[in-house]
Write a protein that binds this ligand. Structure first.
Ligand SMILES: NC(=O)c1ccc[n+]([C@@H]2O[C@H](COP(=O)([O-])OP(=O)(O)OC[C@H]3O[C@@H](n4cnc5c(N)ncnc54)[C@H](OP(=O)(O)O)[C@@H]3O)[C@@H](O)[C@H]2O)c1
Length: 269
């Protein structure tokens, strides 16, 4: 009997986590969503599987997070085995493609880019983890997983030579160090953390890339500078299957690390 909470569970990788985990009737899967607007497929799945609970939550509100912790506690009898923080911000439309020096004279745009990204990818992570920590302490597995990105990795950035996506990259890098800090702090309580990159995955997030041949070729060529074997995106199914195997292997030796769905810090795609 394991309990899992997936933050950002309506679409893409988060929804695939709910799908794969709820296949096992011994799992209780809490799908945390910000709104019903995109929750159609999730609602349909939950109607067929009794072990899925959908809870609407506002990650920007401490009150809402407290209520969410109480709601989860009622479903799981006061415990949570694994928390997966998957929600994210990719920055702002106006700044996503700007390189650092292009922000000269656009300091307000730079601030919005960093604020927006850090808000979801760092601040709300701390608030969510802290709100759910008492439940995790009571869990058996005691695991906190932060879905990160290879784009927030310094050696990868140097290898793929991608100078933009500044807010996204900086905030994911911040999330990675945050997981290491939690790991060091919570080790004595048996709580394990991991920053986990899902690979390059076909989801709505990547649609602007996959639907434009030029954008796709640019990104593919960038990734191939680091790994010539990369041919394109992988499916959510493959990514989450691999991620679950990495989460399964998370132990005291690995806690606080930042690795990919392939279980290492080299194969990011
Ligand atoms: N796809 C890739 O290639 C790739 C690569 C590296 C890392 N990642 C990481 O993988 C994770 C999932 O990405 P994805 O590709 O699956 O994206 P996606 O298809 O756009 O799905 C994002 C999910 O997060 C939810 N979400 C976003 N902001 C939220 C917020 N403030 N509060 C609550 N929920 C929120 C969305 O809910 P709504 O439906 O309400 O919008 C949606 O369910 C992200 O952390 C991303 O950085 C993805």
């Amino acid at each position: 009997m394991s309990s899992w909470a997936i933050v950002g569970a309506t679409r893409g990788i988060g929804f695939e986590y709910v799908k794969q985990l709820s296949l096992d009737p011994k799992n209780t899967v809490i799908a945390l969503i910000r709104s019903q607007a995109t929750a159609g497929p999730l609602n349909e799945l939950a109607a067929t599987r009794k072990n899925i609970r959908i809870i609407e939550t506002d990650l920007s509100s401490l009150t809402s997070l407290k209520e969410t912790a109480d709601s989860i506690s009622k479903v799981t009898a006061g415990k949570l085995d694994v928390l997966i923080y998957n929600a994210y911000s990719s920055g702002t439309d106006e700044a996503r493609l700007l390189t650092p020096s292009a922000f000269q004279g656009k300091e307000d745009i730079f601030k919005r880019e960093i604020d927006e990204s850090l808000n979801v990818n760092l601040f709300q992570v701390v608030h969510t983890v802290n709100a759910l920590l008492p439940l995790i302490e009571n869990g058996q597995q005691k695991k906190i997983i932060y879905i990160s990105s290879g784009i927030g990795d310094i050696p990868t950035t140097r290898a793929i030579e991608m100078p933009n996506f500044l807010g996204y990259s900086v905030s994911k890098a911040a999330g990675n160090i945050l997981m290491a800090k939690y790991a060091v702090e919570l080790k004595a309580k048996g709580i394990l953390t991991l920053a986990l990159s899902p690979g390059w995955v076909e989801t709505d997030a990547g649609e602007c890339i996959s639907s434009s041949p030029e954008a796709f070729q640019w990104m593919l060529a960038s990734f191939q500078k680091m790994d010539p074997r990369v041919k394109g995106m992988i499916s959510t199914e493959e990514s989450v299957k691999s991620q679950l195997s990495v989460i399964d292997s998370l132990d005291e030796k690995l806690t606080g690390a930042f690795i990919s769905h392939r279980g290492n810090d080299k194969d990011w795609f």
